[in-house]
Design a protein around this ligand. Sequence first.
Ligand code: PNS
Length: 162
Amino acid sequence: MKIGICPGSFDPVTLGHMDIITRACKIFDKVIVAVPVNPDKRASFTVEERMEMLRMATAGMNVEVDGVSGLLADYAREKNATAIVKGLRAMTDFEYEFQMALTNKKLNPEVETMFLPTSMENMFLSSSMVKQIAGFGGDISHFVPECLLDRINERLCRTVNE
Ligand code: PNS
């Protein structure tokens, strides 16, 4: 069974992430969406909340949502994954992603990193953009999964207005 890993902070998951996860599902038998579990004080949602939202957004897909407590390269080995799948937006993503891909290859030569070019409509979409827009009361319905819209709005409006 070919396993692909889609890693990320997903704070919160966006339609850009969903696009990459959905396309990865067409390539692999199973996709593991992996969220680092290290506490991040800057995150708007806890790891548990992010994982729960990912499970809701990927319901019915061939996806498993899991937390990663160590290095992604070790996790990929443990899961016998074929590839780490990342979305690439503008060229600005490239340097950082390339550095991570080479590092992961060094740490685990068995796992490939695969870049999927983001879809045009998600070219400039990011979790931080969603946070800013929602924080100022803007409409994020075109940027996040519909089933999570109220939940994300409720948290992000509150966070900025506190
Ligand atoms: O959505 P993000 O914040 O760009 O995702 C970054 C992520 C989760 C892919 C990266 O931080 C990661 O792989 N963390 C796990 C720890 C690790 O392996 N670090 C070394 C990567 S070269």
